[in-house]
Design a binder for this molecule. Structure first.
Ligand SMILES: *[C@@H]1O[C@H](CO)[C@@H](O)[C@H](O)[C@H]1NC(C)=O
Ligand SMILES: *[C@@H]1O[C@H](CO)[C@@H](O)[C@H](O)[C@H]1NC(C)=O
Ligand SMILES: *[C@@H]1O[C@H](CO)[C@@H](O)[C@H](O)[C@H]1NC(C)=O
Ligand SMILES: *[C@@H]1O[C@H](CO)[C@@H](O)[C@H](O)[C@H]1NC(C)=O
Ligand SMILES: *[C@@H]1O[C@H](CO)[C@@H](O)[C@H](O)[C@H]1NC(C)=O
Length: 383
């Protein structure tokens, strides 16, 4: 007879009862039979493994049957491939350390196709995503996308979207606070994990591209400078936000202001992630009305690598209306005349030479601007 649980009210009680009964002969027999069978299978498999190993060694001496999927053509691939999933459980401390590893040999010993990392710092949804989808289409080899959104937000991108599963582990980021900088560095650090990323652009949900992908890619990858806006503003909104407690690391004459929306190359991205000298100064002594996102990177890079930054931004924005926030453009604002004003008639320096292409992106655009913008992609925006 097989042991059976008695249908008692108390399950634990019935279990104990079954345990205390002596094992019936039939159970022992079945167990012994099973043991014999298992032993037989073991012996057989040991013999089979040896037999096939010898056979394969004779037939194809270089291919081992133990590793049928080994990528023997290029072992380096194993060490340089980008992480399969963007999700991870690393703390910022762990992530930043990993991201700050930089090769000492500058020449890549393989054919490296540099990519532009588009880093979206958002609250949640990306209302202008259809415009970006169109912009990215056909350029899969040359970009990667990273999205930082507020932690509670659950994105719903279709599996064929360029934004599908491009969310990075995120934390709360509030405008003007140090956790906004943490989010920017988190984006940089996650993007640095992919060794093919060479240029890193910070964008918001209200940004649009002003040129097609080919032009933007070439403009960024061929530039000798990173596009970080950095200038000395003697007014109360510039030097007025400096705190003497930041000395001696930062003096008032070194203090800079600039737009939050930057573009940096890989070298500077690693520096920004690895910084431990300036970060504590800004964390402790730059609180509203000192807006840390307008001062930290512009000041640090002006001190550390002044010759590597252009001091100008590639993201157009309209401050002409005055006030604390730039203008937002909606359905009624977007027309041919408006777009031409942003795209044409500019002048700036590019690699030390005069250029009429100065802005690659623009902000701020409301969700209602999407439809008219899509109307102008093929002629004015060029994609
Ligand atoms: C992170 O850790 C949690 C809890 O240990 C686990 O469930 C989850 O799968 C981990 N995520 C990743 C991406 O490893
Ligand atoms: C940017 O400004 C710094 C001073 O802060 C200057 O040294 C540097 O040459 C400027 N860069 C360019 C490209 O003009
Ligand atoms: C950019 O830098 C490279 C290497 O430093 C140099 O060879 C090249 O002439 C520079 N180009 C311009 C336009 O300044
Ligand atoms: C988009 O273009 C179509 C056809 O040219 C036009 O009928 C429509 O009004 C335009 N929509 C907007 C929002 O500009
Ligand atoms: C990108 O725009 C430029 C200038 O508008 C144009 O010459 C080029 O053909 C466009 N490239 C693509 C791939 O559409």
């Amino acid at each position: 007879m097989l042991p059976r649980f008695l249908p008692l009210e108390d399950g634990k009680d019935s279990f104990l009862r079954t345990q205390s009964k002596p094992l019936p002969i039939r159970t022992i027999k079945i167990f012994l039979l099973f043991l014999t069978l298992a032993f037989g299978v073991l012996v057989l498999s040991m013999y089979a493994t040896r037999y096939f190993d010898v056979r394969s060694a004779i037939l194809q001496p270089k291919v081992s049957i133990v590793h049928p999927c080994a990528e023997e053509e290029n072992e380096l691939k194993q060490w340089i491939k980008a992480p399969l999933s963007l999700m991870h459980n690393m703390s910022d401390e762990e992530l930043f350390w990993r991201a700050s590893l930089v090769p000492l040999l500058e020449k890549y010993p393989y054919k490296r196709v540099p990519k532009v990392a588009f880093m979206f710092l958002t609250r949640g949804p990306l209302p202008l995503s259809p415009l970006w989808e169109k912009f990215f289409q056909g350029h899969e080899e040359h970009y990667s996308i990273y999205v930082h959104s507020l932690p509670g937000y659950r994105p719903e991108f279709a599996s064929d979207s360029v934004f599908y599963q491009r969310q990075i582990p995120s934390q709360v980021a509030e405008w003007g606070k140090i956790n906004m900088i943490d989010a920017e560095r988190r984006l940089l650090a996650n993007a640095l994990l992919d060794l093919s990323n060479e240029r890193f652009v910070l964008l918001s949900e209200s940004c649009i591209p002003l040129k097609n992908f080919t032009i933007i890619y070439s403009y960024l990858t061929k530039s000798n400078h990173s596009f970080v806006n950095s200038f000395d503003d003697p007014s109360s909104l510039g030097r007025g936000r400096y705190n003497p407690k930041m000395a001696p690391e930062i003096t008032v004459s070194q203090w800079r202001k600039g737009a939050q929306w930057f573009e940096v190359d890989r070298k500077l991205a690693a520096r920004l992630v690895a910084d431990t000298k300036y970060y504590p100064k800004f964390k402790d002594f730059c609180k509203p009305a000192c807006y840390v996102d307008e001062h930290y990177f512009p000041t640090m890079l002006a001190i550390e690598t002044p010759r590597l930054i252009s001091n100008r931004t590639v993201t157009w924005v309209d401050w002409s209306r005055g006030g604390a926030h730039p203008a937002t453009f909606g359905r009624g604002d977007v027309n041919e005349e408006f777009l031409k004003r942003i795209i044409e008639g500019q002048s700036c320096l590019y690699n030390g030479q005069p250029s009429s292409v100065c802005f690659l992106f623009a902000r701020k655009f409301a969700p209602s601007a999407l439809e008219p913008l899509l109307n102008f992609t093929s002629n004015l925006l060029g994609f």
